[in-house]
Design a protein around this ligand. Structure first.
Ligand SMILES: Nc1nc2c(ncn2[C@@H]2O[C@H](COP(=O)(O)OP(=O)(O)OP(=O)(O)O)[C@@H](O)[C@H]2O)c(=O)[nH]1
Ligand SMILES: [Mg+2]
Length: 477
């Protein structure tokens, strides 16, 4: 996005490239209406937020003489949104023609010839931001909404677009601003005998600002995952049923399953949505001493996938006994976010009944083995479909930490950094006050905190601070 002057008129094709039922050319700026009126022949004059049917001029046809029918190349619906009540807060005209790239390009070219400038990517939203109609978090949410891959992501973006994040930040920012005004007043008007608030009061106020920001900061763990999605790698020994579980989670026969160990050689990945979170599932080659070059390369890739994944699903063949090789496998994953599926439970179950009185079967020994390693495990049967719903739930819980999505949660690194630096500023200010550092210096920390919040909700000007000082303290009557 550019920071070019905002008093020129911009135009762009706002619908995606290609052919479609409808295509829209948008024009925004002081000349929008004048330009639009020359692009189309309106039967009824434009009026704010009213759709008008119009003929699109064919610019290459001669100017119509009186009484002649103009030569048109399409019919369009034209809507004018009078500034400031428009998306950009400027005069905005949308010409919805048929989605023919030829017609749309013709309209755009004509608009440019009539004095509009080609809009840069995101410039319509940038104008909405520059005009103050929306703040930066709302502008960013427009992009997130368009890019959303799941309904949950779209909901989150919509709430942010509606100002949910800004609203969550606003009370802390106001309290911070009041604190700054209080301290500025103490410094600026000290000789006027204005009582400077005692340090205890200042510290109490800082303490009052922190909690809502701390709570907000904590939403990032889940918000980031909801926003970006995550990868789950399915790993384990050959023949454990990794591909079968992969297919079961996908609800599709995607990966080849055979009784021969070493079936899967290459990585296979597919996307699913789990509780609104885009989850990339990666099926891998079974980990063992490779028998040939292809398998060896496949195992290298398995280990890479294992290293890259946010969550690791270890698949266990419960008809085997836990042994030395499995300890190696556990070592490989134990410091990761990991879940174990003790698979083929359908085969192990009869043993379970038979061995119930005895000291346990292989299934029970696996649970014991995994519990000792500190790995959460649950029984599954990929072929029977048992335990798959529970597996999904367990993965979702690992991904979200069990929290539900909430409006205004932090989803971007930029927002998270803003909140953490706001908190850092507050902490430094509290430390400085406790250390009896002069208030001028404490204020620097508080301003750092304020600017961080500004980067979310919009700039605080020196006037804002002054206004607060004067309104709160009645100085300078
Ligand atoms: N009874 C039973 N058989 C299963 C289950 N899961 C997988 N199998 C069988 O176990 C064999 C191996 O399954 P795969 O899904 O190919 O195992 P894998 O871990 O992907 O194997 P590799 O790709 O060779 O590492 C196949 O014959 C499956 O039908 C299960 O839950 N119960
Ligand atoms: Mg496989």
């Amino acid at each position: 996005m550019s920071s070019s002057a905002t008093n020129d008129t911009i135009a762009a094709i706002s619908t995606p490239p290609g052919r479609g039922g409808i295509g829209i050319v948008r024009i925004s700026g002081a000349e929008a209406v004048a330009i639009a009126e020359r692009l189309v022949r309106l039967q009824v004059p434009l009026a704010h937020a009213r759709a008008r049917v119009a003929k699109v001029h064919d610019p290459d046809s001669p100017d119509p003489k009186d009484g002649d029918e103009i030569r048109s190349i399409d019919e369009a619906v034209v809507t004018w949104f009078a500034g400031p009540n428009s998306y950009t807060a400027e005069d905005l005209v949308e010409i919805a023609a048929h989605g023919s790239p030829v017609v749309l390009n013709l309209l755009l070219r004509q608009a440019l010839m009539l004095g509009a400038r080609l809009a840069e990517p995101g410039e319509f939203t940038q104008r909405a931001f520059l005009s103050g109609r929306i703040d930066l978090t709302q502008a960013e949410a427009v992009h997130d909404l368009i890019e959303a891959q799941t309904v949950a992501q779209a909901r989150l973006a919509a709430s942010q677009m509606g100002g949910a994040l800004s609203a969550r930040v606003a009370p802390a920012k106001m309290a911070l601003l009041e604190l700054i005004a209080l301290m500025e007043a103490g410094i600026d008007f000290a000789e006027d005998d204005l009582a400077v608030a005692p340090d205890a009061e200042l510290l109490r106020r800082i303490d009052g600002i922190r909690p809502s920001l701390v709570t907000l900061e904590a939403t990032f763990a889940h918000g980031r995952i909801l926003h970006d999605g995550l990868t789950l790698a399915i790993v384990g020994r050959p023949n454990a049923g990794k591909s079968s579980l992969f297919n079961a989670l996908l609800e599709k026969d995607r990966a080849i399953v055979t009784a021969t160990p070493g079936t899967t050689r290459d990585l296979i990945s597919e996307r699913i949505t789990l509780g609104g979170i885009p989850l990339e599932l990666v099926d891998t080659a079974g980990l063992r001493e490779a028998t040939d070059e292809v398998e060896r390369l496949g195992i290298v890739r398995s280990k890479e996938a294992l290293a890259d994944a946010a969550i690791v699903l270890v698949v266990i063949d419960s008809t085997t006994e836990p042994g030395g090789d499995d300890k190696q496998l556990i070592e490989l994953v134990r410091d990761r976010v990991v879940l174990a599926a003790v698979n083929k439970s359908d085969l192990a179950a009869p043993q379970l009944e038979a061995a119930a009185q005895q000291s346990g079967d292989s299934l029970a020994r696996w649970f014991e083995f995994l519990a000792e390693a500190g790995i959460r495990s649950l029984p599954t049967s990929a072929t029977k479909g048992t335990g798959i719903a529970e597996l999904r739930e367990a993965v979702l819980e690992l991904a979200t930490g069990g929290a539900a999505a909430e409006p205004g949660m932090l989803t971007s690194i930029r927002h998270h950094q803003a909140i953490t630096s706001a908190l850092a500023g507050l902490d430094d200010a509290a430390g400085a006050i406790a250390g009896a550092i002069p208030h001028e210096m404490v204020l620097l920390d508080l301003y750092r905190s304020l600017w961080a919040l500004d980067s979310l909700t919009g700039q605080t000007t020196p006037d804002d601070v002054l206004n607060l000082i004067f309104s709160t303290f009645c100085i300078g009557k």
